[in-house]
Each structure stands twice: as C-alpha cells, then as structure tokens.
Design a protein around this ligand. Structure first.
Ligand code: FAD
Ligand code: FES
Ligand code: FES
Length: 481
C-alpha cells in the first residue's frame, strides 16, 4: 500500500502525503498553489467558474475532460493530469486560440466566468474540431455568465474552431510524456490522511470490497457530484472516504445481443455514445442531466446508489427493466432496480456492499421515451421525470413499464396506468385511460420545485404526450405495431 498521491498539475509533478478525505482540488489550486485563474463561484458544480481539465488514461489512451474543481476531491487527482487556465498558451507563447477568440468576439465583460468558459471551450476544441452550435451549447450547459450573454461566447467557439491548431497545442505536444508519467504510477491501494481524516483509493474492485469490509461505515465516492456538496454546502464529515472513480474494473461497458452491462463507475459522458447508438429516443433526456462538467464526473452507479427520488437515470433504468449487481467480500447478488429503492433514504444495500454494475436489456422494437420536467432546460433539478417502455404487437399493448421520479419517496412504477394499458388496443382512448389512472398512482409532495397538484397532472400529461409523439411518429409505429 502506498501513502503518497502522485499527479501532474500543468507541467509540475505533485506528490502529497497529507491529504484528507474532504480536501478539494479547487482549494489546493487556489489556496495551496496560489493559482488564482480558476475561480470559485457557487462551490456546488453549478456555475462552471472553477472548470479545469482532467486528463486520465482510459485503456492506455489519455483523455481530457472539463470538470468542476470545487466539488472534485484532491485525492481523486492521483494518476491524473490536472490542467488549469494558467497552462494555456499559443504556439508563440501568446494567447491560446480559444482565448484570442474570446477577446475578438467580445466574449467577456466582468471576466469572472471567463476562465471557466475558456476551459470548457478548450475541452471542446480539443475533442471536436468542427463543433455545431448545438454541440457548443451542450458543452457550455455547465457554465454560467451573468453579464455577457452567450451569443458572443458561441461565436468565440466557432472562431476558435476556425483558427484550429490542435495538433500544435501544448496538450498534444506533451501527450507522450504525460502518458508515460501516468502509466508508470502503479495500481495499488493508496491511503493518505490529514489529522483524523482518511482518504483511501483501492487498487481495484476486489480491493474495494476488502476496504469496505474493513471500514463498513466509510463513505463511497465515485464522481463526487453529490458527495462534493455534502462537504462544500453541508460541512459534513465524510472520513474515512473510499474513492472509486479511478477503478478501471468499474468502468466496463459490454454489449451483447440482449443488452448492456454498465460498470457502476461509468460516467454519463462515457455512456452517452451508447445512448446515441442504441437508445437515441432518450439522448435529449441524457444530455439534460446536469451540465457537461458534471456529466464528465457523475456516474450511473452514483445516481442509482444515492437513492434520490429525483435522480434521472433510475426511472429510465427501471422502465427498461434494469437490474443492479451488488458486490461485497461475501460475493455478488442481483436486484431488480425497481426493488432496490425501498423507501426514501433506504435502499436494498448492506454495509460492505457496493454497486458493481447495472444491466439493461435492449429495447428491441419497444417504444421508449423519457421526459424531464424542470424549471430550466439545463443544469436544473427535476420536478418530475418519467420513462416509458411499451411493447405493442398486432395493435395490442402487450407490456408497459412506466416509471416516474419526483412523484414519491423513491423512483416508482405507475402500476394503475400500466394496468390500464396492458392488453388494450394501441389507441388514444387507451392512453387517455392510462393518463387518468396515473394521476391516482402517486401522492406527490409540494415543494419549491412544483406543487403536488402540478406533479399529479404532469403524471397524466406525460402519458398523453407520449401517445401524441408516438401516434405522430409513424416510423416508430410502423416498426413496433
Ligand atoms: C450541478 C449539478 C447538477 C446535477 N444535475 C443532475 C441532474 O440533472 N439529474 C440527476 O439525476 N442528478 C444530477 N446531479 C446529481 C449527481 O450528478 C448525480 O446523482 C450523479 O449521478 C452522482 O454520481 P457520482 O458518481 O457523482 O456520485 P457520488 O457523489 O460520488 O456518490 C453519490 C452517492 O452514491 C454512493 N455511491 C457512489 N457510487 C457508489 C457505488 N458504486 N456503490 C455504492 N455506493 C455508491 C455514495 O456513497 C453517495 O452516497 C447534479 C449534481 C450537480 C452538482
Ligand atoms: S464554483 Fe461554481 S461550479 Fe465550481
Ligand atoms: S463576463 Fe461577467 S459573469 Fe460572465
């Protein structure tokens, strides 16, 4: 077992032994290294002022992604290349093409948000040489600007793409040496401490099971997009913290003829190409989860394990008929996702167990859809989410799975609405009956996101919307009916 964290910060090698569970990357950058280009705005992953790039090896290949340094724990930088705005430079040592474009397109006024925007645009520029306006907007979902307005920033992204130069960029030139540095870091358990605050990085999934057996009350942390806020907003103690976001054996994505097995540590961004390929009907839903930085860090396993009644993936995974595999030193067990959520704050997971993977069947010819209703289109918390999977054969509905979030203490199926659909003809009248039934399926709460009455009406109206979309989209009907 090692007791030292090793990573690269721009072009400096960092070695640290005194790191506690809740030390954040942003504090390290700003307070310890005195690098003030990276800003702190909200400290909860919402504004993007703290955006940095984190490079990590994926199957031996180095990949950089923008993330929020405010909710990223320092210990998770072990084995990474952290790139801040100070690292940006043009080939002649002047401004980087992205920075130059921001100036020329008037993309900055007070400038507080600007380094964060520049880092998101830099991440996009490196990944996508010719982004469309929609792709630029998607990349900027997690960055907030209060003064400039977004049009000049989008224009800056287009101008930076026009300027090009990726092959000559510092990150391209350093790729081989960074890869060699990261590859040389051994895969072993690392444990550091500051005072009585312990941070543990297991070597692999088997080691994670061992660590949890030794520390059954430890806090498991994957992408930290929930747990980060426990620290920055609620000042909660999370020690001992077991970090799992780096574990390659929780990042597998395998597809067979029947479906996908998704490692619990797979992030939203990592699974997005598979959503686009096999579940294109819900790509928009997927891209409305948080913003790009959070989707680069947040994991599907974390969204399931947190047991939140308003998490976006559980309704979808339940509608698709998903199961979760739990693992501990005692072995593995599979639980249907709909049974995993027992009641608010309680899941079918024992101390020492962790979510290892999630299995979802392919929809085949089923009709599927997922809806998120929130006050803002992007980077907002759900009032109600719903996902539907309907199997139609010979004009008759043979199976229906309708799962909702935000309607009860857990994500839940609408059993009355499902009963109103199954065995009935695929007609407007059937869906109208299901919509009415759905309104009695739940006793939702009123909160600042939505009233109980609004939520109840939504439950029915989303079914009406589904019918209208499916009835209008004849290509889907032709395929399935
Ligand atoms: C700005 C912002 C916007 C957001 N928007 C959305 C949104 O639109 N929709 C949405 O659904 N969520 C949203 N979230 C919440 C969050 O991003 C998701 O819940 C995310 O999937 C959590 O994953 P994580 O890996 O970051 O989990 P963590 O924060 O690392 O952990 C979350 C919980 O799961 C546990 N855990 C994590 N992995 C495992 C595992 N493998 N086994 C057992 N326990 C585990 C942790 O102990 C903790 O209790 C948002 C968060 C932020 C900061
Ligand atoms: S400071 Fe706002 S996202 Fe980090
Ligand atoms: S320029 Fe002031 S917040 Fe964006």
């Amino acid at each position: 077992m090692a007791s030292e964290l090793k990573f690269l910060l721009n072009d400096t090698e960092i070695r640290l032994t005194e790191v506690g569970a809740s030390d954040t990357l942003l504090d390290f950058i700003r307070l310890n290294r005195r690098m003030h280009g990276t800003k702190e705005g909200c400290a909860e992953g919402d504004c993007g002022a703290c955006t940095v790039l984190v490079g990590r090896l994926h199957d031996g290949a180095l990949r950089y992604e923008p993330i929020n340094a405010c909710i990223r724990f320092l210990a998770t930088c072990h084995g990474c290349h952290v790139v801040t705005v100070e690292h940006l430079r043009g080939t002649n040592g002047g401004l980087h093409p992205v920075q130059q474009a921001m100036i020329e397109q008037h993309g900055s006024q007070c400038g507080f948000c600007t380094p964060g925007f520049v880092m998101s645009l830099y991440g996009l520029w490196m990944q996508n040489a010719r982004p469309s306006v929609v792709e630029i907007e998607t990349a900027l979902q997690g960055n907030l600007c209060r003064c400039t307005g977004y049009e000049p920033i989008v224009k800056a992204a287009l101008a930076a793409a026009e300027a090009g130069g990726q092959a000559m960029d510092a990150l391209a030139r350093e790729r081989d040496s960074v890869t060699a540095f990261l590859t040389a870091i051994p895969r072993e358990r690392v444990e550091t401490a500051r005072g009585d605050e312990r941070a543990i990085l297991p070597a692999d999934a088997a080691d994670l099971a061992a660590v949890l057996a030794e520390n059954p009350k430890a806090t498991i942390i994957a992408g930290a997009t929930d747990v980060g806020l426990w620290v920055t907003k609620m000042m909660r103690k999370i020690s001992p913290a077991v970090f799992i976001g780096h574990l390659a054996d929780l990042k597998g994505i395998t597809r067979d003829a029947d479906g996908y097995t998704i490692g619990a540590g797979v992030t939203y961004s990592e699974f997005e190409p598979h959503i686009a390929a096999d579940f294109p009907q819900v790509l928009d839903y997927w891209q409305r989860i948080a913003g790009w930085q959070v989707r680069n860090a947040g994991t599907i396993g974390g969204n399931v394990a947190n047991g939140s009644p308003i998490g976006e993936t559980p309704p979808l995974l339940i509608a698709l008929g998903g199961t979760v595999t739990l693992r501990s030193t005692a072995g593995r067990r599979d639980v249907a996702l709909q049974d995993y959520f027992i009641e608010y704050g309680k899941q079918d997971r024992n101390p020492g167990e962790f979510v290892e993977s999630i299995r979802i069947p392919l929809p085949q010819t089923d009709l599927i859809a997922a809806y998120k209703v929130s006050k803002r289109a992007h980077s907002d918390i759900t009032a109600t989410a719903a996902a539907f999977r309907i199997r139609v054969d010979g004009g008759v509905i043979r199976d229906a799975r309708l799962a909702y979030g935000g309607m009860a203490g857990t994500p839940k199926r609408a059993s009355g609405a499902e009963a109103a659909l199954i065995g009935q003809p695929f007609t407007r009248a059937t869906f109208e009956a299901a919509a009415i039934a759905a309104e009695s399926d739940f006793q939702p709460l009123s909160d600042w996101r939505a009233s109980a009455d609004y939520r109840r009406r939504l439950a029915g109206n989303l079914i009406r919307r589904f019918w209208l979309e499916q009835a209008g989209g004849t290509h889907r009907l032709d395929r399935a009916v």
